[in-house]
Design a protein around this ligand. Sequence first.
Ligand code: PAF
Length: 281
Amino acid sequence: MHIFYSKKEIFDYILLEKSKKSSIGFVPTMGALHDGHMSLVEGSKKENNITVVSIFVNPTQFDNPDDLIKYPITTNNDIALLKQHDVEVVFIPNIEEIYGSNVISEEYSFGNLDKVMEGEHRKGHFDGVATIVKLLFDTVMPDNAYFGEKDFQQLQIIKKMVEIKKLDVNIVACPIVREDDGLAMSSRNVRLTEEHRKEAPIIYKCLKEVSELAKTKSVEELYAFVNELFNNNDLLELEYFEIREINNLSKVTDFQLHNEYRAFIAVFAQNIRLIDNIRLF
Ligand code: PAF
């Protein structure tokens, strides 16, 4: 497995592989890798000759400095795990390598996509995500790039960024990977207290119940159901619950026959923010 720390090294390696007609699959990460990431890696390995995983905790996508400071760093374990999965290349740049001395985001116009949910609650977050993904794409030049549906809004933003920048990268959406009790895998889960970790599977149970109820109840009744569930929970605090149409993430008041919907949720377990979503119908 090659481990590259500089853009130049990885760029030269990729150019060489491209000259041999190797296809490049790319999994961008912020490290603290878990089985969710590994399912993206496995997806990439199946579909490409070379799989590149980047590990970079991107400062420009954090609106909360505390969240950035506390972000788990487990680079040695990450490298060991990637070796076990026979990943060909790991790219671990530092902040200066990526941003030079100018650690700022490019400003994008994503329309409605970055105004709602995560965009509303984490100011500047998606400009930061789009900026880093674009910079990494410029260096790694992937044919296919893999993103999890747990961050469904991020996935839509990245598809839009690729369209805006006219990039020749195929974005592959991968299903959410869950713990045995249903909690969506996330690097943040390790920071939960034992008590909050025990309670957290309620989030997915709630979403499953919503997808069942959606067959017979109105959108308004679904919002009321979720609000009541969390009003009665002392450990988890609901930040938002939203039902949205999947392509432009517009808000839904009534279900229409031919549209596709997802229910999205963000919950605070003490100061740790957990998100999840589920497809309806
Ligand atoms: O989903 C993540 O881990 C990050 O947002 C990403 C895509 C690696 C960009 O920093």
